[in-house]
Design a protein around this ligand. Structure first.
Ligand code: HEM
Length: 266
């Protein structure tokens, strides 16, 4: 029998602590004091990204099962995690520009730009850059996950199908749209959403959680770019982009445009 069966489970064995705590490997000489913080914060982000993707898959399945209560419950959890993700930037902002520069060169061309789980989250939310999967080697975990999510319906698609089963006349064109393309605003869908807000409080609540999600993602982008500005100014990114200038262009891009369009007409 393997150890797995003969040894009692402990805190350390269950969480694989020996493995987990051996995964932070600074690259700088010394190493520089702040590199550990930089690694830990990024690793924690990736763990939360993993959990978020797990919860997004859950929300989509619950929408498909018409289980509105649990949809709301899961969206609340997602939004709570997102708050923590935004708040966590405060910790990295305690690192001064000079402290970052002390090890930045050791990152070479590595950048958060290459986070496949962040791109997966964007894909679930309908922002699908067709180039994103191609940046990872064929057959890799990242490439396969991104290809799968590129072809799959988005959270918004799952919601429109759900609304249609709830009895709202969602136009067939919206239900059969190419799910690999961008979510375009639709006056027909907007008319339905206005109806939802006026006479279906339960589903209007779900819509509000989607707006929270959209706003929360934009909040993360805003806070990230401010952190970038204060830490590296107008320097180029390690990932090769123009840096803060590139990031500023990604702010204010809404995920669910129909939910924003209707607000002036409610
Ligand atoms: C000192 C801290 C940080 C700096 C200076 C920084 C800088 C940058 C820069 C300049 C970019 C643009 C791409 C490039 O050319 O590299 C970028 C992208 C990105 N960073 Fe950071 N970053 C920091 C921390 C973080 C953290 C903690 C995360 C969390 C995972 C993160 C996630 C991302 C993501 C997901 C992108 C891609 C955004 C997009 O393409 O819309 N970054 N970062």
């Amino acid at each position: 029998m393997s150890n797995h069966h003969t040894r009692a489970v402990t805190y350390g064995s269950y969480l694989r602590l020996d493995d987990l705590l051996s995964l932070q490997e600074p690259r700088s000489e010394g190493p520089e004091h702040d590199e550990l913080l930089f690694i830990v914060v990024h690793q924690v982000y990736e763990l939360w990204f993993k959990e978020l993707l797990h919860e997004f898959d859950r929300v989509m399945a619950l929408l498909t099962a018409d289980d509105t209560h649990r949809v709301q419950h899961t969206l609340k959890r997602i939004l709570t995690i997102l708050k923590v993700l935004v708040a966590q930037l405060d910790i990295l902002e305690t690192m001064t520009p000079l402290e970052f520069l002390s090890f930045r060169a050791r990152l070479e061309a590595a950048s958060g730009f290459q986070s496949d789980q962040f791109r997966q989250i964007e894909f679930v939310l309908g922002h699908k850059d067709p180039q994103a999967p191609l940046r990872f080697p064929a057959g890799s975990r990242a490439r396969e996950a991104l290809e799968r999510r590129h072809a799959a319906p988005t959270l918004w698609d799952a919601f429109l199908h759900y609304l249609s089963r709830e009895g709202f006349p969602v136009p067939p064109a919206a239900l059969s749209r190419d799910v690999t393309g961008p979510i375009e605003p639709s006056p027909d869908v907007q008319a339905i959403l206005i109806d939802v807000y006026h006479r279906d409080p339960k589903n209007a609540e779900v819509c509000e959680r989607f707006v929270d999600l959209d706003e929360g993602m934009q909040e993360w982008r805003y806070r990230h770019v401010k952190m970038v500005e204060r830490t590296i100014g107008a320097r180029r990114g390690t990932g090769g982009s123009s840096g803060a200038e590139y990031l500023r262009a990604t702010i204010g891009r809404s995920l669910f445009p129909d939910l924003w369009e209707i607000r002036g007409n409610l």
